[in-house]
Ligand binder design. Structure first.
Ligand SMILES: *Cc1c(COP(=O)(O)O)cnc(C)c1O
Length: 384
């Protein structure tokens, strides 16, 4: 067999409880999903506002396809940049309170492109150790010097900034950490940036649409704004659709248009998707009731799980990880919930550090209080 080595590697992963396999969903993304022939109550999507299957957005996609067709057919810099993309970029800039915005196909590509375009050899990128994989990969791709600081450790970051060379300095951080649910100390990070003349790239994949006034995200949540902040958010999570954008000063966006390779050398997303996101933005702005309901569910879950042998990690967001520790134990608990018709993903290394395997419970405004009560009850039964 020409691939025996790969097979051995996969077998080793399986033995460690680390083999990843996909589940085939037969229903739309929603709290109640169907996998195979079995219905499940699910707590693992990032569809925080329940917009992924919203009738108004389905209609917008149908209308967008009728108006613009299916594919963009070319990269943005060739002939793929449509009026729908353009309108959406303007709306996103206004929403994020920045002068300009640029659409990317995915958040992964936005991070790769932004970091690679802004820094290079001789520059330094500073990164929280728990940042998303796309930011980590982006730093490597940029060829800048990489300095990673302990999660949330501003003292260590300050020391690293003191010691940095003379090149450009860029701090990159998740705003809401994707596997922990806690917030980065953005005001402190901004203060350090001002002190050291560094830029701050904020990845708001999990804050956009959910945090801050009208869901305007983490910057609005903290009430901060600055030219040196480069704001990135994704459109496949709370917005319920697909894609991502960077919002920043015009000169930054101009630089990305010219130098971000994951922007230049790829086909534009279908313009109809931009029509949908435009509609989704309206729902986000009007979504106070959804966000209020989500906050209520977060409180219900935290109160309900307080007495368990496993602890919820400290988090006020829709990401509520239940720390298990051992990989096999996390898998077994996830499996036992599944037998009860409840789907919660077990997150294991290398996605999270060794010994911190967890059930990553995510809540959505589409969940009911009964849904959350069912999860609480099942976990209490399994704890016995
Ligand atoms: C999901 C996520 C991304 C990637 O976004 P996609 O649009 O899914 O590629 C980037 N950063 C963080 C923090 C994320 O959680």
């Amino acid at each position: 067999m020409p691939y025996a080595e790969f097979q051995r590697e996969l077998d080793e992963r399986a033995a460690l409880g680390l083999l990843r396999q996909r589940k085939v969903l037969k229903s739309p993304q929603a709290p109640h999903i169907v996998i195979g022939k079995t219905p499940y109550l699910a707590f693992c999507s990032n569809d925080y506002l329940g917009l992924a299957n919203h009738p108004q957005l389905i209609a917008a996609l149908q209308q967008g396809a009728a108006q613009y067709g299916v594919g963009a057919g070319a990269a943005h810099l060739v002939s793929g940049h449509g009026i729908a993309h353009h309108q959406l970029e303007n709306a996103l800039a206004t929403f994020a309170k920045k002068p300009a915005a640029l659409l990317f196909s995915t958040g992964y590509m936005a991070n790769l492109g932004a970091v690679q375009a802004l820094v290079g050899k001789g520059d330094t990128v500073f990164a929280d150790k728990l940042n998303h994989a796309s930011l980590n990969d982006a730093m490597l791709l940029s060829r800048a010097t990489v300095k990673r600081y302990r999660h949330g450790d501003m003292t260590q970051l300050a020391q690293l900034l003191e010691q940095a060379g003379s090149g450009r300095k860029l701090i990159v951080t998740d705003a809401v950490f994707s596997m922990d649910g806690d917030l980065a100390p953005l005001p402190e990070l901004l203060a350090l940036c001002e002190q050291h003349d560094a830029w701050l790239l904020v990845d708001d994949a999990h804050g956009f649409g959910v945090l801050g006034e009208q869901g305007r995200g983490s910057l609005a949540h903290f009430g901060i704004t600055a030219q040196r902040i480069i704001y990135m958010a994704t459109l496949g999570k709370a917005a319920g659709v697909f894609g991502a954008f960077v919002a920043a000063e015009r000169v930054v966006i101009g630089t990305l248009i010219n130098h971000a390779r994951s922007y230049v050398y790829t086909t534009a997303t279908p313009p109809a998707l931009s029509s949908v996101v435009l509609e989704s933005l309206k729902l986000i702005v009007q979504g106070d009731a959804l966000r209020e309901h989500l906050r209520k569910l977060i409180g219900q879950l935290r109160d309900g799980l307080a007495g368990l042998p496993w602890k919820l990690m400290p988090s006020d967001t829709a990401i509520q990880p239940l720390l298990i520790g051992d990989n096999h134990a996390a898998l077994a608990l996830s499996e036992a919930l599944r037998e009860r018709g409840i789907w919660v993903a077990a997150i294991r290394p290398p996605t999270v550090p060794q010994g911190t395997a967890r059930l990553r419970i995510t809540l959505s405004a589409a969940h009911s209080t009964d849904d959350v009560a069912r999860l609480i009850e099942a976990l209490h039964e399994l704890a016995q």
